[in-house]
Design a protein around this ligand. Structure first.
Ligand code: C2E
Ligand code: MG
Ligand code: MG
Ligand code: MG
Length: 284
């Protein structure tokens, strides 16, 4: 009967939930030891100028090299870290490592472009500016050599002090980029209130370019309005020449995506900088 079927479904789902809770606990405890066992590393994905074709920056992306399971995706462990608060320790490790790497590259006389670091909303507290100043000072890194990527959830759920913390960071010379733009609930008019210099169009709107009319309209609207707000625009997840050409014609400033390069280990990124790897423009 219906009732029995319902019961079976309930048992099924609760078993599944139980499995997920166990998995979650396992990830949490393994992540804790990962921090102390050198299992974490940063990969770097270049951002290229759509005007010059040159590398103008990179995003640092966290990787977990698990001794048994191999590379674990941040899509798996970041949500667990967010829930447990471990993201604060991870976030500090990322800042420390990014600054150490920037300094090492600078010492090798590499022509350095700003390295963007992702920040969780949980890292965004009143002590963040002080923490940033401290880590930069210890490694001898200038604010122009870094960039901070934040997400819309920070603006929308935003406490009043969010704007003043942002203003403090900007006054220190740090630029702020808004990640995954278009997936949250902030309007462009709302954005004016925040000292954000760069918008990153989310990959979900780039996928359909130039064939999906809705994606084209959204991309065009974001680029047009961001230009009026004098913000730089970066398109995420660009995988094809067609997407690249479309974004270039729209007047998008930079692209980041597999079309140019996936995120790579630090030595590979340094190699691209040294070789002066360029984006190959093709006409549509
Ligand atoms: P995100 O900040 O939006 O980073 C972009 C993601 O898109 C990266 O995934 C990157 O590998 C992927 N990507 C770039 N180009 C392409 C493309 O052409 N095609 C496809 N299919 N994917 C592309 P990744 O490295 O797996 O990171 C996922 C998310 O995890 C990041 O999204 C970010 O939200 C979070 N994350 C990564 N590192 C950190 C970190 O250090 N701190 C915090 N708080 N979050 C991080
Ligand atoms: Mg990002
Ligand atoms: Mg992003
Ligand atoms: Mg994204």
């Amino acid at each position: 009967s219906k009732a029995v079927q319902g019961e079976a479904e309930f048992l099924f789902y609760s078993e599944e939930m139980n499995q997920r809770a166990k998995e979650h606990l396992r990830i949490e405890s393994e992540l804790r030891s990962a921090l102390h066992n050198n299992e974490l590393l940063l990969y770097y994905q270049p951002k290229v100028s759509l005007r010059s074709g040159r590398i103008v920056g990179a995003e640092a992306l966290l990787r977990w090299k698990h001794p048994v399971r191999g590379m674990v995706s941040p899509g798996v462990f970041i949500p667990v870290a967010e829930e447990t608060g471990l993201i604060l320790e991870l976030g500090n490790w990322v800042l420390e490592e990014a600054c150490r790497q920037v300094r090492a590259w600078q010492d090798e006389n590499l022509i350095m472009t700003p390295i963007a670091v992702n920040l969780s909303a949980r890292q965004f507290d009143a002590r963040l500016p002080e923490r940033m100043a401290d880590v930069m000072q210890r490694h001898g890194v200038l604010p122009e050599q870094l960039m901070l990527e934040i997400t819309e959830s920070l603006l929308v759920g935003g406490a009043d002090n969010v704007i003043s913390i942002m203003n403090e960071l900007v006054a220190m010379g740090l630029a702020l980029a808004l990640d995954d733009f278009g997936t949250g609930y902030s309007s462009l008019a709302y954005l004016k209130k925040f000292p954000i210099s760069t918008l990153k169009i989310d990959r979900s709107f780039v996928i359909g370019l130039p064939y999906e009319e809705n994606d084209c309209a959204i991309a065009r609207a974001i680029v047009t309005m961001a230009q009026q707000l004098r913000q730089e625009i970066v398109a995420e997840g660009v995988e094809t020449a067609e997407q690249m050409s479309f974004l270039r014609e729209l007047g998008c400033d930079q692209l980041q995506g597999y079309f140019f390069s996936p995120p790579v280990p630090p030595d590979d990124f340094a190699h691209m900088l040294r070789e002066g790897k360029r984006l190959a423009f093709t006409s549509r």
